[in-house]
Ligand binder design. Structure first.
Ligand SMILES: [Cu+2]
Length: 93
């Protein structure tokens, strides 16, 4: 294999891994508790691939608009990210 071919393959592999890293992966979860006053939602979630987090039950932040679409006991698919250092629900399917 020529050096040029090897290099272009390496570039392709890098591009593929970068696009994977930036892809948003929806995670399944069940809403255990909703505290709209505090802006907090407890979710029993499956592994959060983008955040490198195993399955667990934990509290997320969520804004009013997001919480309006939630109810205790709901099965959801969601995106989470760190917003000002706090894990926050950023999207719902
Ligand atoms: Cu967690």
């Amino acid at each position: 294999m020529t050096i040029l071919k090897t290099l272009s393959l390496a570039t392709l592999a890098l591009a593929a891994s970068m696009s994977l890293a930036s892809a948003e992966t929806f995670t399944k979860g069940v809403i255990k508790k909703l505290d709209t006053k505090a802006g907090k939602v407890t979710i029993i979630h499956e592994a959060l691939i983008d955040l490198d987090m195993p399955a667990m039950t934990m509290v997320f932040r969520a804004d009013e608009e997001m919480m309006a679409k939630m109810a205790e006991g709901n099965e959801i698919e969601f995106l989470a990210d760190r917003v000002n250092g706090k894990l926050t629900v950023t999207a719902l399917k």
